[in-house]
Design a protein around this ligand. Structure first.
Ligand code: HAM
Length: 423
């Protein structure tokens, strides 16, 4: 029976068994790979002063203008649920002193954007991401992309491609905007409504609009690098050269601009065929963020975990349901046996055997059904009668065979089997 009102808020999801297993696996692999690259975890609050985001992401970005959950605390200060992780990490490192300038940090956690919910677009979603602090350095940008690709392949992702481009130097910005404005002017009535608005407020975003009409207009444009200084083009070439050394294939996409204002130089996004044309699996780039007089520089990326799971379902031949299996299910018959079996389960668990049992006095048939559902390898059947005789029945669930034995023999057998599984 399901209760009314059991649904979470629109665009947000509960995560529970069995689907939670892949989340735990992703988190575990993330921690392992991040450690290989000498990154440490940081956990910042989910709520920040709104200005932490508006000053970093840019006042005219869609995220800040339309998508933040913003409210006032009791003192009338504006607070927001974090829509992404980078701005909070920048606030954190700005308080660290000199060692903050070279910090290597990663995070895993929920983010919130009040977007129209649709496939692949949630209001609470989850990211893992990393930030490597430090000034412009093509080696660091290439290393961040190498880490990201390592992590994806360690998870079993196969069909993801990196699209890369440059946003150039801050001083290129005006020239780029002017170049795009000139190219767009004769095509204004072919643009979607959003892009006509972006023409005034955030013209770069016209380049990655997903509307067909806008794509057609933009396809005829020269690459944005044409409007940049030679230094910016050379920086991108250097990143590409190092990626080649690291044997990381990437595609240059001259129209990739990314939606956040803090980027300079390298930007990239990963696509995946399971996500459709609209949605990126991950995104990142180099940034220079002005925190009121102090500029913080670094490079980083974040991947959307929900989208990553969709991609893994597509790429992994065995699927993503990798919930750990109970090795043993203990089936009881009679009150005395149930009590003794709880003691047996405790002994097994203390010795590292993954083991389940029913404490609710259900029928043996129902308990065997549970054993199947848990995909247990063995059922241990022990009723009041077996207890009297000092015996237990061990049933091999895969082969359907069973044998009677004494308790110490059973313990030794199961501990050995369980050790073999772990190894
Ligand atoms: P972003 O591109 O806004 O970048 O988000 C990164 C990833 O988060 C996206 O590629 C996508 O997988 C996931 N994502 C974003 N919005 C949603 C949503 N509404 N529903 C589901 N998934 C979503 C950033 O957040 C930057 N902070 C990345 C970065 C780190 N740049 C430098 N350092």
């Amino acid at each position: 029976m399901t209760a009314k009102n059991a649904q979470p808020v629109q665009g947000m999801s509960d995560l529970g068994p069995p689907g939670i297993a892949i989340w735990q696996e992703i988190e575990e692999v993330t921690r392992r790979v991040m450690a290989l690259y000498d990154f440490s975890e940081v956990r910042t609050p989910i709520i920040e002063y709104t200005k932490v985001f508006s000053r970093s992401l840019g006042d005219t970005t869609d995220v800040v203008q339309k998508e933040m959950y913003t409210f006032e605390d009791r003192g009338g200060r504006s607070l927001s649920l974090r829509p992404e992780g980078t701005a909070s990490v920048m606030r954190y490192v700005s308080g660290l002193g000199p060692e903050g300038q070279t910090a290597r940090l990663y995070y895993i956690g929920p983010m919130f954007r009040c977007e129209r919910p649709q496939a692949g677009r949630k209001r609470q979603f989850h990211q893992f991401g990393m930030e490597a602090l430090g000034g412009p350095n093509p080696l660091a940008d290439a290393e961040a992309i190498a880490l990201q690709q390592h992590l994806f392949s360690a998870l079993g992702l196969r069909e993801t491609t990196v699209e890369i481009n440059t946003r150039g130097l801050p001083e290129d910005r005006e020239a780029v905007k002017k170049g795009i404005a000139n190219a767009l002017k004769p095509h204004m009535d072919e643009l979607c409504e959003d892009c006509r608005r972006r023409y005034e407020s955030n013209i770069l975003r016209v380049l990655d609009c997903k509307q067909e009409g806008c794509i057609r207009v933009v396809e005829s444009f020269p690459p944005v690098t044409d409007f940049m200084k030679a230094e910016s083009r050379e920086y991108l070439q250097e990143v590409l050269r190092i990626l080649e050394l690291l044997e990381i294939p990437v595609d240059v996409n001259p129209r990739l601009v990314r939606g956040l204002d803090y980027y300079v130089h390298t930007v990239w996004e990963n696509k995946h065929p399971a996500l459709g044309a609209q949605d990126a699996l991950s995104g990142g780039g180099r940034y220079a963020i002005d925190l009121g007089g102090k500029t913080i520089e670094g490079v980083g990326f974040a991947a959307g975990i929900e989208r990553l799971i969709t991609a893994l379902e597509h790429d992994r031949p065995e699927g993503v349901d990798t919930a750990p299996r109970a090795v043993v299910w203990i089936v009881s018959h009679g009150d005395k046996a149930m009590e003794e079996n709880l003691v047996l389960a405790q002994t097994l668990r203390m010795r590292g055997v993954h083991c389940g049992l029913d404490l609710g006095g259900r029928s043996m048939k129902a308990q065997m059904r549970e054993a199947n559902r848990a995909r247990a390898e063995f059922a241990v059947i022990r009723g009041d009668e077996e207890i009297e005789k000092g015996l237990v029945i061990l049933k091999n669930m895969n082969e359907g065979t069973q044998e009677e034995m004494e308790l110490p023999v059973l313990l030794e057998r199961l501990v050995t089997v369980s050790r073999a599984e772990v190894l």
